[in-house]
Design a protein around this ligand. Sequence first.
Ligand code: Z5A
Length: 228
Amino acid sequence: MNQQAPRRPSGRGKFITFEGGEGSGKSTQIKKLAGRLAKARQRAIVTREPGGSPGAEIMRHLVLSGMGKLLGPEAETLLFAAARDDHVRTVIQPALNQGTWVLCDRFSDSTRAYQGRLGQVEPGVLNAMQRVTIGDLKPDLTIILDIPVDVGMQRAAARRGSGVPDRFESEDLQFHQGLRDAYRQIAADDPRRCVLIDANAEADTVADRVWVAVRERVLAAKSPAATA
Ligand code: Z5A
């Protein structure tokens, strides 16, 4: 028997989402977590929002081009919702049903923070869209990477180089500070699901913090053998 083969899935897979502001390191950390899970022989896929499925990637192009902003906050929210609907139905739910873990770079908390808190779209509208797009689906764990706004923006600018900032990267400092506050509030409101992680450190140090949260809140809860 191949000792390195992924464990045979038992039951529904775990759903872990990564959230945070600009340049907080979500993409970096999600890859590191996927690597650690692979070592633990846990089958997992990495995906992202907006996007993650062919249909949703088309929506991603639309919203990041700034097209949605021209239509107003409610219409822009509908574009994110349409993308999420396709992503959940065609990628996330099927993987979870097969026992595969899903690591998702942004999910519904991004809508709460960006469109809700900053775009001022009413909670009733957001709740209605959430019911339609994700129903009862809820992350088992949401990692919120917290970082001072100036550090995150510097990281994002360095990565972008001479490239053009996208629709959200073009927002001002006040917007990004509001975003950080919104995420901290989301973490405080739902501490059973969310963990706020100080992401203003070396990437490997942050990865260790993420791993502790996953071990304690997901792996340990699943089966003691899985933490090896
Ligand atoms: N959006 C929305 O409004 N509503 C919604 O419902 C959803 C999304 C789902 C998607 O952007 C945009 O859509 C997003 C919200 C909105 N707005 N923005 N901006 P995206 O997918 O293109 O980008 P992002 O999700 O915002 O990611 P990001 O901020 O660009 O980056 P990140 O994933 O958080 O960070 P990273 O790519 O891992 O790292 C950034 C750079 O920093 C990179 O060069 C790294 O090498 C470096 N880095 C990473 N970690 C470290 C540490 N620890 N130290 C030093 N340097 C580091």
